[in-house]
Design a protein around this ligand. Structure first.
Ligand SMILES: Nc1ncnc2c1ncn2[C@@H]1O[C@H](COP(=O)(O)OP(=O)(O)OP(=O)(O)O)[C@@H](O)[C@H]1O
Ligand SMILES: Nc1ncnc2c1ncn2[C@@H]1O[C@H](COP(=O)(O)OP(=O)(O)OP(=O)(O)O)[C@@H](O)[C@H]1O
Ligand SMILES: [Mg+2]
Ligand SMILES: [Mg+2]
Lengths: 466, 466
């Protein structure tokens, strides 16, 4: 009568695909496009490549009575490509990926690319094609399906070609039931906003009608990529400690602590081990259960660590953010601020904010909000986002002379090796107090500048009247 | 340089535990309590048992400098118990559970109980204890830890006792680092609201100070439990069809369709197969890839199915909902409405709404909102919920004579074999158009009654003045 089952993670995300952003045919098309484009941008970033991305949507057939169609979605990039030994699992297995390390990436879950292909497969029963080369002698082409119950790839075909022109990159092609009319505006908006957070990327979008939308790069400068760093001791827990010990080759607790955590030098390590009452030369693998718990507690309570190393973070930068906002919104006033690095729960993060006013911004009651996290535009779940909370509850816009209806826009970017997303759909950021505080400080600084500007405009009007 | 990893689902939810509701020590205590209480309520429901649940929190030790403590959390119920063959995986493996069928349960993901124990384990390094009996000859006691990287239980101890007093139920005991002061109000509120949606449950809560909070049952009537039903054809996709075919013993397409889907009788099955151009006596296991796709398309476009069978749904009921709201809010006015069953994406659902005014309700700008889904109180993420969207955007309260500041409260309950939660944290329901529509209709009906009541009150005041 009580029937127990174990389900695979692919099965879990198949059953709950709305949580991953596949809730209806138009949203599913949007999510598929963004997941693949974000993968392409990550692939360029690792190789310090100027990204060239082509997104092509073609209509295959109408689906009667549904208002949807079967489309072919093809995304091509010039990124670093995928090692053929990993292609099947990278695209047909969930919880498999290369972005689990401690540094800022667009991707984070090991889920998005596979979910797009999974959605296509369950709505069309057709396999996906992945073609990739790392720029070497060979180009590999795989035709794949996903065994959802086992969370495994099924390789239907694998062909290898000579890479005569030394091509490097990845092409994904798959079919899905979708509603382009319902998602077109969001998809175009996604590309426009991606241009702000990735000004060095060139994106071409060809839609079902053959219309071309070209988003040229605004700069040839490749941003400094983030570096992988060690975890910060403030974020440690017993599980992490156990894993670090299991993987460690260090012979003493002193060298173990220094080499496995950032911001832990010899002096700090000695102090921690003194608090934990552990000898500095003990073999980490010989620690008892209680000693490990004690060590973790001592690290969490030490309280004197330097702030986390921000080299695992890669912001947009004030100048490029200004250019991007100028190009997209064409305002009269613009003020951009990049906050110094801060941290939450041991994770470093940087907040960047741009406030724009006037010009071609349409007047609105409230504020036009453009939210970014790790250079990804967030176009859904605005009300659930920490930025919305700050803008509506912590900023009194009238104090800064902003009228109730005003041509005002706010652009926010939060970047970190770990963004506290509220859901695997990556559309809203949770209101961690440290992040909220940084946003408040940054937005108020920009709002003060706006107040000065609006006062000047006011004065000019008075002068003209007389 | 690019390092690929496969992570287990336990590892995934460990790394992203904030998404599952374990974002900080006070929220984690709240989530642990709710996940275990919901498991106990589900266990009573299956056995048509009047639930007696005891939740006991004891402080073990202070955690210096953190404002948190190590607590022991113990939850005991008189539910149907757990088969000892399944206890280790039920509580120490994620994506393992008994609630994956097509009927309304509080649990749905196979995740919650294990996540509470996982959080306890990573913050205290201590094992959990599960004691259970199905009322037979034996009581089984397991001491468990979770191997997070493998998503497997580690049984440290397994003892069997004679069940001399024929006890039936389950006891969970584990340790976790938490902040009771920060979550106390929410935990008490959770119990109060659970009494509304589960008026037949009796809950005793003993907190860290030894204070007892008793929530007695308001009725001895056990609600009609939901029944498992076949999937509705409107929700079919290729993956589901492939699995049904693989598991089916039916020899013909006709009997296959009739026995695997609700609302498909012989006549309907014949019409579908005619549209799909498939012979009624074909062996389902002999269908080609294309034929399966074609069959799924024909079913999705058939358009003439009867609405989904609501016997997989178990609402609170108008009378019990009224009693619960009366007890909790003590209003002067109360109006309750249960909508007829509706459906979204092939899933039946029922909306129940209670509107209360005056009496002991404190005046508020807006509306006090009490949201429920599958008899679970939702206390977080209000702004992300479909009910918030309806209450703030689709209902013009002033039209119903409700003043800007008013003693008004709205209680909403949505129940379905599948609730479209926005996240695995189960705190907000997505705005499916069909659900939104039912909420609007129900709330407007109640609001019209409130308008009549407020007009009467108005008239009386006028009469008294003269
Ligand atoms: N265009 C691409 N070029 C190179 N590698 C890619 C590309 N697309 C995907 N990959 C590889 O496949 C892996 C899996 O991709 P997938 O989108 O499923 O997960 P992810 O990007 O790691 O995380 P997320 O779920 O957050 O997107 C990536 O980690 C990356 O290594
Ligand atoms: N108190 C209990 N009595 C009986 N069975 C229980 C109890 N608690 C848990 N179980 C069993 O253990 C399984 C796993 O519980 P868990 O909370 O992890 O997942 P779930 O309740 O199925 O889904 P969810 O993640 O949505 O809570 C349940 O499906 C149920 O069969
Ligand atoms: Mg990705
Ligand atoms: Mg549960």
């Amino acid at each position: 009568e009580v029937k127990f089952e174990q389900i695979s993670p692919a099965d879990f995300f198949y059953r709950n695909r709305d949580i991953a952003g596949f809730s209806n045919p138009s949203r599913s098309l949007y999510t598929s496009v963004r997941e693949l484009v974000e993968n392409s941008l990550d692939a360029a970033e690792i190789g310090r490549i100027l990204p060239n991305i082509i997104v092509e949507l073609t209509a295959e057939s109408e689906v009667e009575g549904e208002g949807t169609s079967i489309y072919k979605l093809r995304v091509e990039d010039n990124g670093i490509g995928v090692d053929p030994n990993y292609i099947p699992r990278a695209f047909a297995t969930v919880l498999f990926g290369s972005k689990y390390g401690y540094k800022q990436n667009r991707g984070t879950f090991g889920l998005g690319g596979t979910m797009a292909l999974l959605y296509g497969q369950i709505t069309t029963n057709r396999p996906a094609t992945v073609i990739s080369s790392k720029g070497g002698k060979e180009i590999h082409k795989f035709v794949l399906m996903i065994d959802i119950m086992k969370n495994e790839p099924r390789v239907l075909k694998h062909e290898v070609y000579k890479n005569e022109r030394k091509w490097r990159g990845t092409i994904i092609e798959f079919y899905l039931e979708a509603d382009y009319t319902g998602s077109k505006a969001k998809i175009i908006e996604y590309f426009k906003q991606t241009a702000i957070s990735n000004p060095h990327a060139s994106i071409l979008f060809i839609d079902v009608k053959g219309r071309m939308y070209f988003f040229p790069r605004a700069t040839d400068i490749v941003p400094e990529p983030p570096k992988e760093t060690r975890p910060h001791p403030v974020g440690v827990d017993v599980e992490l400690m156990n894993r670090l010990i299991a993987n460690s080759k260090e012979k003493t607790l002193l060298s173990f602590l220094v080499s496995n955590f950032q911001r832990v030098g010899e002096k700090t390590a000695r102090e921690i081990l003194e608090i934990a009452n552990l000898p500095i030369d003990k073999d980490p693998k010989k620690l008892t259960h209680e000693e490990i718990t004690n060590l973790v507690e001592s690290m969490k309570n030490y309280g004197k660590f330097r702030a986390p190393d921000p080299s695992s973070v890669s912001p947009i930068g004030e100048e490029l953010l200004r250019i991007g906002i100028q190009n997209m919104l064409k305002p009269d006033f613009i003020y951009v601020v990049q906050r110094p690095p801060s941290s939450y729960s041991g994770y470093p993060f940087v907040v960047e904010v741009g406030l724009a006013y006037g010009g071609q911004i349409p007047p609105i009651e409230g504020v036009h909000l453009y939210r970014f996290a790790n250079k990804i535009p967030l176009l859904y779940d605005e009300r659930a986002d920490v930025v919305w909370k700050v803008v509506t509850e912590k900023i009194d816009w009238s104090y800064y002379k902003v009228p109730k209806i005003a041509p005002i826009a706010l652009v926010t970017h939060i970047c970190s090796p770990k963004i506290p997303y509220k859901s695997v759909g990556k559309e809203a950021v949770a209101d961690r107090p440290e992040i909220e505080r940084e946003l408040v400080i940054a937005i108020r600084e920009a709002a003060r500048q706006l107040k000065l500007y609006l006062s000047k405009i006011e004065k000019k009007k008075m002068t003209i009247k007389r």
